[in-house]
Ligand binder design. Structure first.
Ligand SMILES: Cc1ncc(COP(=O)(O)O)c(C=O)c1O
Length: 378
């Protein structure tokens, strides 16, 4: 089976992790600031804080932006569920706005229309590594928290790397990401006050100048261990190669899948915006059965998955906010047809060709209505 994702770890990470294990300092040690500094330098961000996950980073970023009870946060319904869940953590309300059909990111006009006097923050998601139109959102005058969990290596059209515009931006280091620490995340910001607050809140609300057991605010355990930071340092050293390998695989996919009629591929870079390749997600042709395609691909030895479902149509969000089909038509259409294919730096050109052949075979198969399924004759 060709898997969906596979992390690339090597001797350098082993060497750095071994040094941590031998040092005896597994947490709150020197690798944490070393990883933060190297990450901030790489992006050109003023500050970076390592956290235990992308979700943890987004939670702390929203708190630092002042989001609390009853506030509204305008965000994309086409994302991994964590970007909306973090708003609920603070008893605020995620207000969804539809996405742009090309970039699949929050549509700035739809976001502007969703802003009310209760809006405390905008939370754009750089989905599938393509830069969200943050410059346009900056014109709306609200604090911005960027979900950059999928977007390491992405660059905005003005040349600014995603995560270096000065807003709080959060990267994720789960095992399928461009850079992995197994689990983990990094919050970048241009604001020293945000950095100080995040560093305290990730560490149980401990103030910088206080002893271990004195805490001056509510905090969490959202720390990243020295072991994880050592892996991150090793990954960072080879990040250029990892990103280039992903871009190369994406190029092979574009060529191999181009001839399949009706199949929609990830948008190419345009207007100077550059994607940091994370996943290769296609949208199956209208009328094709995406879920059947997943099953048939598995039968042919290719792992794939629906990616991503619309957040507002998940049970929690339907039940809590009364969301229904038809509210965000672009997102719903994309979500119903989206299919993630195997994508990782070590995927070979012949494997990409095999995936493309399998997908072609699956999509050419006539769709047979399942038992109890009514298909209109049109
Ligand atoms: C868009 C997006 N937001 C948030 C997250 C959450 O990151 P983590 O799994 O590190 O908590 C992810 C990770 O999968 C993601 O893809």
């Amino acid at each position: 089976m060709i898997p969906l994702a596979r992390p690339v770890l090597g001797d350098r990470e082993l060497e750095l992790v071994e040094a941590v294990l031998r040092s005896g300092q597994l947490s709150l040690g020197p690798r944490v600031p070393a990883f933060e500094d190297a990450f901030a330098r790489r992006l050109g961000a003023a500050h970076a804080s390592a956290v235990s996950s992308g979700t943890a980073g987004l939670h702390l970023a929203l708190r630092a932006a002042g989001v609390s009870d009853g506030d509204e946060v305008v965000t994309s319904p086409f994302s991994f569920v964590a970007s909306a869940n973090v708003v609920l953590y603070e008893r605020a309300r995620p207000v969804f706005a539809d996405i742009d059909p090309v970039t699949l990111n929050l549509d700035p006009q739809a976001a502007a229309a969703a802003v009310t006097h209760r809006t405390t923050a905008l939370l754009p998601v750089h989905i599938f590594g393509y830069p969200a139109d943050v410059p346009a959102l900056e014109g709306l005058g609200c604090p911005i928290v960027e979900d950059a969990c999928e977007a390491l290596g992405a660059v905005h059209r003005d040349g600014t790397p995603v995560g270096a515009r000065g807003h709080s931006a959060v990267f994720g280091f789960y095992a399928n990401k461009q850079l992995t620490t197994g689990e983990g995340g990094m919050l970048t910001t241009g604001d020293a006050g945000t950095k100080a607050r995040v560093d305290s809140e990730r560490n149980q609300g401990r103030a910088e100048d206080m002893g271990w057991l004195d805490h001056d605010r509510l905090g969490f355990n959202y720390r990243l261990s020295d072991i994880a930071c050592a892996i991150g340092l090793g990954q960072l050293e080879r990040l250029d190669g990892l990103l280039a390998a992903r871009a190369r695989v994406a190029g092979w996919y574009r060529e191999a899948l181009g001839p399949i009629e009706g199949l929609e591929l990830p948008c190419p870079d345009h207007d100077g915006d550059r994607r940091g390749w994370f996943v290769f997600v296609v949208q199956v042709p209208r009328g094709a059965d995406r879920d059947d395609a997943v099953r048939e691909l598995a039968r042919l030895g290719v792992q794939s998955k629906p990616y991503l479902p619309a957040i507002h149509l998940m049970s929690l969000y339907r039940e809590r906010f009364g969301h229904r089909e038809g509210e965000f038509p672009v997102c719903e259409d994309v979500a119903a047809r989206s299919l993630a294919l195997p994508f990782f730096p070590e995927l070979t050109e012949p494997e990409v060709a095999e995936v493309a052949r399998a997908l072609q075979t699956v999509l050419e198969k006539p769709t047979v209505p399942g038992p109890g399924t009514y298909r209109s004759p049109s």
